[in-house]
Design a protein around this ligand. Structure first.
Ligand SMILES: C[S@@+](CC[C@H](N)C(=O)[O-])C[C@H]1O[C@@H](n2cnc3c(N)ncnc32)[C@H](O)[C@@H]1O
Length: 183
């Protein structure tokens, strides 16, 4: 069975082509951004840490299709983003970085709501949730409660989780937009 990141990337690979724009809401060390850069026409990425933006820039040497913003994903609506084919939001803190700087339940949920507006029909948003730390546990509850109630007329939502692993392993929420809410 695929691990959570592999599973997330596979879902995205199935829908994204070289004509598409994609979005990474937490670039971190740039692994997801690099994956998106290789399969998309254009990638837009956000992170609040300069270290993350720099790590990602290094990883993306040779790619000229990525724009990175040192800003919170909660502000993504300020960048006029629309028709995005795939979005990844890998929550938590920067691996090998400051564990006190982590995504927060309230802003992650706001970003998720804004991101769904920017997602095009047939597009997919993937969220990787780490419920094993305190803020991650809050995020897990808030996000699950929200996505569970998304109207199935407009969205399909799935959860991918290894339920017999110890130490609260990360799990995936994936959301496919099947119809625009205002249509
Ligand atoms: C688990 S890491 C991301 C891993 C990354 N996708 C990768 O492939 O290496 C989470 C990242 O979220 C960032 N972050 C925390 N709060 C944020 C916010 N409000 N907006 C954007 N990024 C945020 C952290 O700085 C950290 O780099």
């Amino acid at each position: 069975m695929d691990k959570v990141i592999e599973f997330s990337h596979n879902l995205i690979s199935k829908v994204v082509t070289k004509d598409d724009t994609t979005l990474d809401l937490t670039v971190g060390n740039g692994n997801d951004t690099l994956f998106l850069a290789a399969i998309s026409k254009q990638v837009i990425g956000f992170d609040i840490q300069e270290a993350a933006i720099n790590n990602t820039k290094k990883k993306l040497e040779g790619y000229d299709n990525v724009t990175l913003y040192l800003d919170s994903h909660e502000n993504l609506d300020k960048y006029n983003l629309a028709n995005i084919k795939a979005i990844i939001m890998n929550l938590g803190y920067l691996p090998n970085g400051d564990k006190n700087i982590t995504t927060m339940a309230k802003s992650s949920l706001n970003a998720l709501k804004k991101a769904l507006k920017a997602l095009m029909v047939t597009g997919i948003m993937v969220i990787v949730i780490y419920k094993g730390h305190q803020e991650g546990y809050k995020e897990s509850i808030k996000i699950r409660n929200y996505v569970k109630k998304l109207d199935q007329k407009y969205y399909q939502v799935l959860q991918y989780e290894f339920i017999n692993q110890i130490n609260n392993p990360p799990y995936v929420i994936a959301i496919e937009k099947i119809k625009d809410e205002d249509k």
